[in-house]
Design a protein around this ligand. Structure first.
Ligand SMILES: Nc1ncnc2c1ncn2[C@@H]1O[C@H](COP(=O)(O)OP(=O)(O)OP(=O)(O)O)[C@@H](O)[C@H]1O
Ligand SMILES: [Mg+2]
Length: 418
């Protein structure tokens, strides 16, 4: 039997599986020939099948009756993890839905290596949950217990940005001081590491890891912020009641703009509650739009269009979002300036977290030789400009945006388990 080592990057938006059996780590094909698989599950009520990744999104967007789950990693460490949600044939705890997804990843890994893989390094963000060590530990413990339940026996964890650095280190020719910026769907993680071709296989690298910091902000937050700023007002968010004294309750809008909460709006009582809200609203036709989106179960489709607009704004100044309604669709335009305004406070927190890493490492921004970018959200030009200001002498190294963490976890598995 060949000896292979495996790492799993269970991401908020996308997941990868890395294996290390030859000279370099590689990613296995997970989804329709692609190494990354969207972290999405669709319970199709029509044919009673559970499907994953791209197929999950495709069947949902095609309009099949069913339930889509996304951004499940964000539920780890929260009270929602043990809660049950309606899927076909009854109710299922979020924990068990994550287990189904992990089972799928393990199936693909076992099939690729043709063995029952029991050793694995799992990636984790620097903080699953900000400022709450107990919840943060609970998140990792839950992920570990799920992995154990699904058949892994030796389970180790590695910080996602360190894994990315280990992947980059496979390619460097000389020692460098690097700052890894890993900003994905759910978290922004930063590590300052001395990488070197000589030390890359050393068993203990703690002296080379100078700092790790992270904050629970990622691309799915930007989707929500853009939606709340530009889209939800078209459905009544921030409008007033008839008496003009109060704004309409924001909860419905928040849930509709947040991937992992959208399904909650499909509970039977919500449309009834919203008729009440509509009756009191100064602009009832806007609340009626909200009811229509919910009645049509169009929440994920709308969130997908907002996400696409956000992605479009990485390469254009204007993007559009369509709100599909029976009478007449509403077409909204949004600009990079509006996007910037929506995410401004988050950018500040991201900068603070980078500065914290620099100060923990005892270095200044101008001492960093390279910044290694990974995670889909690092593609936003506005963020890159901020990074360049903070790290004026650093060369930008574009990592494999979706794959660096998975590759590094496999490299780490070889160091840990060999
Ligand atoms: N060109 C782009 N511009 C802006 N955002 C993008 C672009 N491409 C992808 N994204 C965003 O990147 C995010 C997904 O990135 P990635 O797959 O690295 O996250 P993840 O690893 O699943 O999340 P995490 O590591 O936080 O758990 C999504 O929010 C997606 O909208
Ligand atoms: Mg990631």
């Amino acid at each position: 039997m060949s000896i292979a080592y495996a790492g799993i990057d269970f991401g908020t938006s996308n997941s990868t599986v890395g294996v290390f059996s030859g000279a370099l780590p590689e990613l296995i094909n997970l989804d329709q020939g692609n190494p990354e698989m969207p972290s999405a599950i669709f319970f199709n009520f029509e044919d009673e099948q559970i499907v994953y990744g791209r197929q999950a999104k495709q069947e949902y967007i095609r309009g099949d009756e069913g339930r889509l789950m996304q951004a499940l990693k964000s539920i780890l460490g929260t009270s929602l993890i043990q809660e049950k949600t309606a899927v076909m044939g009854g109710r299922m705890a979020f924990r068990d839905i994550i287990a189904l997804y992990l089972r799928q990843l393990k199936h693909k890994l076992d099939a690729h290596l043709n063995e029952d893989v029991t050793k694995v390094v799992l990636g984790r963000p620097v903080h699953f949950i900000d400022g709450n060590e107990t919840a943060d530990k609970a998140a990792q413990d839950t992920l570990e217990s799920i992995a154990r339940q699904e058949g892994f026996k030796d389970i180790a964890f590695q910080y996602e940005p360190i894994a990315a650095a280990l992947a980059y280190e496979q390619t460097v020719a000389q020692e460098e001081l690097i700052l890894v910026l890993d900003i994905g769907g759910g978290t922004a993680d930063f590590s300052i590491i001395r990488v070197s071709p000589d030390r890359r296989n050393a068993p203990d690298r703690s002296n080379d890891i100078l700092a790790n910091t992270g904050v629970h902000i990622g691309g799915t937050d930007f989707d929500r912020l853009l939606s709340m700023a530009q889209v939800m007002p078209q459905l009544g968010y921030k409008t007033l009641t008839k008496c003009g004294k109060r704004a309409l309750p924001s909860k419905y809008y928040f849930d509709l703009a947040t991937w992992q909460f959208i399904n909650q709006l499909y509970a039977p009582n919500i449309l009834r509650e919203l008729s009440e809200v509509r009756r009191e609203a100064a602009q009832p036709h806007l609340v009626e739009r909200l009811r229509e989106v919910i009645r049509a179960k169009d929440g994920h489709a709308l969130a997908t269009r907002v996400e696409q607009a956000k992605i479009d704004l990485s390469s254009a100044d204007i993007a559009t979002v369509k709100i599909e309604l029976e009478e007449e669709d509403v077409l909204l335009e949004m600009s990079t300036t509006e996007f910037r305004a929506a995410i401004d406070a988050s950018i500040c927190k991201i900068e603070q977290t980078i500065n914290e890493a620099l100060s923990n490492a005892g270095v200044t921004g101008d001492q960093i030789n390279s910044m290694f970018l990974t995670g889909g959200t690092t593609r936003i030009p506005l963020l890159r400009r901020h990074f360049q200001e903070l790290l004026p002498n650093a060369t930008i190294v574009e990592g494999d945006v979706f794959g660096a963490v998975g590759l590094g976890l496999a490299a780490d598995a070889r160091r840990k388990f060999a």
